[in-house]
Write a protein that binds this ligand. Structure first.
Ligand code: NOJ
Length: 603
């Protein structure tokens, strides 16, 4: 036991309320998607069963037992639909068929059936701000076929130039000229991702029919790609161009346009309200107040993905890498926790397929693997103990890290490749560009899942579509499963704890000492049941006197990332916990990246 705990007495047989016993009485209304933990799968990089070097649906089915062991409830699959892969499936050419490399519709049906058999729900990625330029709708639209003419956003140019000066998200202009139509089409992302025209009722009806197609098969909801961009302004105007730049930011006119709310309301009324589903909208440029327009009671979505906390290590853009500003991070998270409390619901994430690996981003860059593991567990504690639905991204649960491929040829992501090409065109040296790519490239998240120490980390028998991270002999599922103190087992513990303690899901959130640069301290409370979460965000030892509200209180340490996990399992499993001891909270010392979760006994 840590020296600074004062042992008061053994806990003995005290058992905490769990959902099965009294859960229903302590929360008015239980909601499955609030209690759930979601696991995101990037199918291309998850598990390959046919040796083509690309993950597939059968690979997901093959790993369902692993996911069940982790304890997650819902799987979100990044796009699995037919696509030419200009943006790895976020450019869809057929919404009702499966990407050839991933398998067939019958593979999907089997996956769904096997997932359900294990009690796992499935979310699909709804990418309907844009399609692929190879979608039959676009092919017909560019030919001016009257049935599809207005399916996309076509405008005439201005004196030989595009209709506005807006940039596209991954570089260049947001407009592309098509001689056949003598007009430009809008693409907020790559030119192979033309934006759909949501003004057109036929577009909306086609999207709703497609949603019903999947929901009627039994899928349990959608993650909705950039869904707050679907509504476009009536008039398109130029945006201010910052000095030294070529383009202006058209997203500022588009994000959260009132028409997006209107379309989502219609989507809810016509489709979503008829099913018991989970919905989470990806919404760049939202604050808690704006988010309430989507997720407050009676609004069309359950949750949104906000991005504010993803910017705390960036300067003028994502590639301009800065040290993490933890006070800013805590302030943002607390603003969201407080802003949506009782009125909406938060999604909680640190990783996804667009973000670098959290353990490399927020935790030590030193090579000390013990510290890195502890840091990964600290981050997991932070996220899973807040109010909201936690999202785990594949590989996060084993502490997968960023990669650093010295050659640009080893990168695959269109955003990364465009950033590099533009930089080189401006005369920036390779060596000056790569550090940003090492820190922020989306490919950091997209390297193959590290299953074992075998060749290609056991991901494929063939040649992987992108290189495997070089540390796979150390960081992999096989070794995580066999080590009782691995990051994997810590995630299992967090998920179990959530199932056991309603306060983790439904309790209020109060932050303490928000300005503390190194510690994150917050309390969760539900009907007199209270948890205190204390996290050392840094690589240095921290001394801390607990706030007067708690000073001298007795508390049980119910989870810690330094003690062996074995000490906590009896409590987590709801069994008698002979080893769990009471401590008095006074002056505490935290090891680097230490995380503690106390149950406040005398609260
Ligand atoms: C957000 C997705 O997460 C990202 O991967 C994609 O490139 C863009 N939307 C465009 O669909």
């Amino acid at each position: 036991m840590n020296k600074n705990f004062v042992v008061v007495k053994d806990v003995g047989k005290r058992v905490h309320p769990c959902y099965d016993e009294v859960g229903v009485t302590i929360v008015d209304k239980r909601t499955w998607w609030k209690e759930a933990v979601v696991y995101q799968i990037y199918p291309r990089s998850f598990y390959d069963t046919n040796g083509d070097g690309i993950g597939d649906l059968n690979g997901i089915t093959a790993k369902l037992d692993y996911l069940q062991e982790l304890g997650v409830d819902v799987l979100w699959l990044s796009p699995i639909f037919r696509s030419p892969n200009a943006d790895n499936g976020y450019d869809i050419s057929d919404y009702e068929d499966i990407m050839a490399e991933f398998g067939t519709l019958s593979d999907f049906d089997r996956l769904l059936k096997e997932a359900k058999a294990r009690g796992l729900k499935l979310l699909l990625d709804l990418v309907v701000n844009h399609t692929s330029d190879e979608h039959p709708w676009f092919i017909a639209s560019r030919k001016n076929d009257p049935r599809y003419r207005d399916f996309y956003i076509w405008r005439e140019g201005k004196e030989g130039a595009p209709p506005t000066n807006w940039f596209a998200a991954f570089g260049g202009s947001a407009w592309k000229y098509v001689p056949e139509r003598r007009a430009y089409y809008l693409h907020l992302f790559t030119e192979k991702q033309p934006d759909l025209n949501w003004e057109e009722k036929n577009v909306r009806d086609a999207v709703y029919a497609m949603m019903r197609f999947w929901l009627d098969k039994g899928v349990d909801g959608f993650r909705m790609d950039v869904i707050n961009l679907i509504g476009k302004p009536d008039v398109f105007e130029d945006a201010p161009v910052p000095p030294g730049e070529t383009y202006g930011n058209g997203f500022a006119f588009i994000a959260n346009h009132p028409k997006s709310y209107w379309y989502l309301r219609e989507m809810y009324d016509e489709v979503l309200s008829h099913y018991d589903v989970m919905t989470v909208g990806e919404t760049p440029a939202v604050t808690p107040d704006v988010a309430l327009n989507y997720v407050a009671d009676g609004k069309p979505l359950n949750m949104v993905f906000q991005f504010e906390h993803m910017d705390v290590d960036s300067g003028k853009n994502k590639w301009d890498v800065r040290p993490v500003d933890w006070v800013r991070f805590k302030t943002i998270m607390s603003r969201w926790e407080e802003g949506l409390a009782d009125r909406g619901w938060n999604s909680l994430y640190l990783n996804n397929h667009d973000q670098p690996r959290s353990v490399s981003r927020y935790v030590t860059r030193s090579a000390d693997s013990a510290l890195r593991r502890r840091g990964a567990k600290m981050l997991a504690t932070m996220l899973h103990l807040m109010q909201g639905t936690p999202f785990i991204y594949q590989g996060e649960e084993i502490g997968m890290t960023n990669v650093a491929f010295p050659r640009i040829e080893d990168y695959r992501d269109v955003e990364t490749l465009n950033f590099y090409a533009e930089g080189r065109k401006r005369g920036v040296a390779h060596e000056a560009l790569m550090p940003s790519i090492y820190a922020k490239s989306r490919d950091n998240a997209r390297t193959p899942m590290q299953w074992s120490h075998e060749r290609h980390a056991g991901f494929t028998q063939g040649e992987p579509w992108i290189k495997v991270g070089s540390n796979y002999t150390e960081i992999n599922v096989e070794s995580s499963l066999s080590d009782p103190d691995s990051i994997f087992h810590y995630y299992r513990a967090l998920i179990r704890l959530r199932k056991r303690l309603p306060v983790i899901v439904y309790g209020t959130y109060t932050v303490y000492d928000l300005d503390h640069p190194s510690l994150y301290i917050y309390e969760r409370k539900l009907n007199g049941d209270a948890l205190l979460v204390l996290l050392n965000l840094t690589e240095t030892v921290q001394h801390y006197t607990v706030p007067s509200t708690f000073y001298g209180h007795q508390a049980e340490l119910i989870l810690n990332n330094i003690e062996p996990l074995a000490a906590f399992w009896p409590y987590i499993n709801g069994e008698v916990a002979p080893d769990l001891t009471l401590h008095r909270l006074t002056d505490l010392t935290f090891a680097p990246y230490e995380a503690r979760v106390y149950h406040l006994v005398s609260a």
